[in-house]
Write a protein that binds this ligand. Sequence first.
Ligand SMILES: [Zn+2]
Ligand SMILES: [Zn+2]
Length: 252
Amino acid sequence: MPQTTLTFIGTDTYMPQPGNDTTSSILNDHILVDCGWNVAINMTRFGYTPLELDYLFITHCHPDHYLGLAGVLLYMYLWDHDKMLKIAGPAEDIERIVAQAKVYLDWEKLGWWPPNVEVVGLAPDTEFTAGEFTVSTAHTSHAIVGLAYRFSDSRTGRQIGISGDTGYLPAWAEYFHGVDLLVYEATLGLEDPPSDVGHSNVYQAGTIARDAGVGRLYLAHTPPRDKTGILAAGREIFPQTYWPDPGEQVVV
Ligand SMILES: [Zn+2]
Ligand SMILES: [Zn+2]
């Protein structure tokens, strides 16, 4: 029986703590969503390597979400010259960020093969097919253009929503309606004033999960300093709220 899975590689906010990484996760063992600081090496801690990846989705081009891209490309080059990777992200930025990663690796000067990378610029409110998944996009409310993703696994019917970085939008309840697993950011601490631009807090994450009728809510991009309080606050609004550990795999 096929399963839909999501494995957390990193769950931290902007700067990873030792033993963690910034938000990065792997769907069905071959699709990476966001690319934390040290994601290539951190994948190997949990039995993965970049060679298993067929797709990389970037929610938005802030460095904590793409910093590890050069490491992923270098790993692919060193171990498999023919490896193909499709990189999808916001159309405004994704082509430039991938090109800059190649420049950073000094690809041309060293005479290396460029990796077999295909870049796909995505707009909001569109659909894209990635292997067994249909992926629909939505515009986030953040400092730069960003995309939330809704992944539907055609083999199992299971659905996963990933918010990326975003302020609270009531429209999320409709966009994420009925997903089995919602990975939603809760970057703001309990004392921070709520916002509808930039980032969300756990009260807003729990409200979205409750109003959208999701199966489970996993918090991401969350400051670890107040884990107990944040988790308790989320569960008060939406009892099926969880705080993932790096390496944790969820069967959706
Ligand atoms: Zn951001
Ligand atoms: Zn971020």
